[in-house]
Design a binder for this molecule. Sequence first.
Ligand SMILES: C[S@@+](CC[C@H](N)C(=O)[O-])C[C@H]1O[C@@H](n2cnc3c(N)ncnc32)[C@H](O)[C@@H]1O
Length: 217
Amino acid sequence: MLYTFLYRQLYTHFAWAYDAVSWLVSLGRWDGWRRVALDFVVGADVLEVGSGTGELLTALVGRGLTVTGLEASAAMHAITARKLTERGLSVPRVQGFAQQLPFADRSFDTLLITFPGGFIGSAAAHDEFARVLRPGGRLVIVDVALITDNPLLRLLFSLAFPPKPQAMTRLHKALNDSPLAISRQFVGQGMARVVITLGEKKPSPPYPSGWLNRCKM
Ligand SMILES: C[S@@+](CC[C@H](N)C(=O)[O-])C[C@H]1O[C@@H](n2cnc3c(N)ncnc32)[C@H](O)[C@@H]1O
């Protein structure tokens, strides 16, 4: 409860402090961890869900991808807008919720989510992810697991991200029930291991279902 309240404050009233706080709790590694997501992009049309202060949007545009950012917080959007203007970039962005994506079915090749909020345990959000992905498309979720003995980093991390068994149970259930084919990969990054959860949407069959049977008749 307390943490939910504090996170909400960080995403809204204190959004101006988000980049500094995420840098601090990771001792400067946050952006490196987040950028691991770039190696898992498929296709050209990418939606970032929970785009925060827009750093990954900038990196995606830099790779020549067609990018859209979805973010719930108006304060995060304001910071992103300022950064993009300063960088001479224009990226379509939408204020909205992961649980009700304002996009047509089969709109994107990749959905990226780095350091997701509580919405990641919502079955409604996972149904939406599957709906807006094209056949052959991919959901990429980036999180991090700490494997360091560095006491300072461990302390910062446990303060910022205390273990939340109920949230983990919800997430596991949502992933189990996901219409996508879920798998996991771990990428070594110094003192941490970046945890990549992938959700693949089956490619369309080359011919409509039942086509073969009809040919045999
Ligand atoms: C931990 S931050 C991650 C931001 C960014 N992806 C990063 O890597 O730093 C989570 C972000 O998700 C946004 N968010 C929370 N709930 C959301 C929802 N239901 N739909 C869309 N965005 C949401 C928050 O406002 C916040 O910007």
